[in-house]
Design a protein around this ligand. Structure first.
Ligand SMILES: NC(=O)c1ccc[n+]([C@@H]2O[C@H](COP(=O)([O-])OP(=O)(O)OC[C@H]3O[C@@H](n4cnc5c(N)ncnc54)[C@H](OP(=O)(O)O)[C@@H]3O)[C@@H](O)[C@H]2O)c1
Length: 351
């Protein structure tokens, strides 16, 4: 039987996303086949399409960091999971498809009754937010934080988790995101028209305890200026390497996985030479997952529990069909999206 998946056959703009019809994959030993219900769309997908994310696979590849779906077939020797079970996974690429085969070790059971789009938002965005907040910054109730890109996918997750943790929150966003940031408990700062360092010192006096910075480059050093003594900048992204809506590198068709991270590393190392008891630390969900897979699993289970209890509610900006993956990435690349874009990939189950 056939299924649909999205393929990037050349690094480049959204036009490089093709819809392909092909035979459904068969699970190998130790794998389960998952009928994908929802796949998240995130800036790392856009950067991989452009060849500039550290996790960019070789072409041709199917994008998609995270998914929620139903187990519909098991390979030989796969046990501990049953067909019909709803699961979540973060394969890093491959999720923009109706059917995906994954190692059983990658699958985390999802409690029944949850909305698949909301559940998939937890995988990349909320785990990133949760781990940065609790494992990297080690925030304490009553502390002050600055969240850059606060109206975006990871930003809205940080706001919701920060509110639960009892933090005083400030969030940079463009003017269209200000109301959403305020509603989620943050004080909005318009990054296009205000100097956030001055604004933080005007509003707080001595600065914040932690900054979450997905912008990267010299922006990390500005973020450091917003810290109070003893504070930490958690650097976790390279938005500064995406220029406008076109190719970030300006060299279409090239895979430049480490260019951005090398620059990122230089700024982090340089931050150590600056005076004052302030630190810049990097965070990478994929590195931490590879080093400590049980922590990834444990944090996702804790987040699924918070979702089930109604303590968090992912903001879904758009739900689009799988075949509109190109439009989804165009929307995200253009900016101004509040929350998360999710692809609905409801393949037809086998009879
Ligand atoms: N290290 C990790 O493990 C990890 C995990 C997940 C994501 N990430 C990174 O996190 C970043 C965000 O991903 P996402 O999917 O959440 O993207 P997103 O939904 O597009 O959110 C990005 C947000 O940043 C805002 N923004 C852009 N330039 C800004 C600036 N100079 N100052 C303040 N805000 C700015 C955008 O606002 P406007 O659109 O209104 O301009 C947008 O709301 C990406 O760099 C991604 O690679 C890293």
């Amino acid at each position: 039987m056939k299924h649909t998946r999205i393929v990037v056959s050349r690094y480049g703009g959204p036009d490089e996303l093709r819809v392909v019809e092909e035979e459904r994959p068969a699970p190998k030993a130790g794998e389960a086949r998952v009928r994908v219900l929802a796949a998240g769309v995130a800036l790392p997908d856009v950067m991989a399409r452009e060849g500039i994310h550290p996790e960019t696979p070789r072409t041709p590849f199917t994008p998609g960091w995270d998914l929620v779906g139903v187990v519909d077939g098991l390979g030989a020797g796969t046990f501990g999971i049953e067909p019909g079970q709803i699961v979540a996974a973060m394969p890093i690429h491959g999720a923009y498809a109706e059917f995906v085969c994954l190692s059983q070790r990658e699958l985390v059971p999802v409690p029944s009754g949850l909305d698949a789009a909301e559940a998939v938002s937890l995988v990349l965005n909320y785990i990133t937010a949760y781990q940065m907040m609790h494992h990297s910054a080690e925030v304490k109730r009553g502390q002050r934080v600055l969240i850059h890109g606060a109206a975006g996918g990871v930003g809205t997750a940080l706001l919701q988790l920060g509110r639960l943790a009892g933090l005083e929150m400030y969030g940079t966003c463009s003017s269209s995101g200000a109301a959403a940031v305020r509603e989620m408990g943050g004080v909005p700062i318009d990054y296009k028209h205000q100097d956030f360092v001055k604004e933080i010192h005007r509003l707080t006096g001595d600065g914040v305890d932690a900054v979450f910075d997905p912008i990267g480059g010299s922006h990390l050093w500005h973020s450091r200026k917003a810290l109070r003594r003893g504070g930490k900048v958690v650097g976790y992204g390279l938005i500064s390497s995406i220029r406008g809506r076109g190719l970030a590198s300006g060299r279409p068709g090239r895979r430049q996985r480490f260019r951005g991270s090398a620059i990122f590393g230089l700024y982090i190392a340089g931050g150590r030479l600056l005076p004052g008891r302030k630190r810049i630390v990097p965070y990478s969900i994929q590195t931490l997952k590879r080093l400590r897979p049980e922590l990834f699993r444990q944090d996702l289970i804790a987040l699924l529990d918070l979702l089930q209890q109604g303590k968090i509610k992912p903001v879904i900006a758009h739900r689009l069909p799988l075949a509109e993956a190109r439009r989804a990435q165009e929307l995200l690349g253009q900016g101004g999206v509040i929350g998360k874009i999710v692809l609905s990939c409801s393949g037809t189950p086998d009879e």
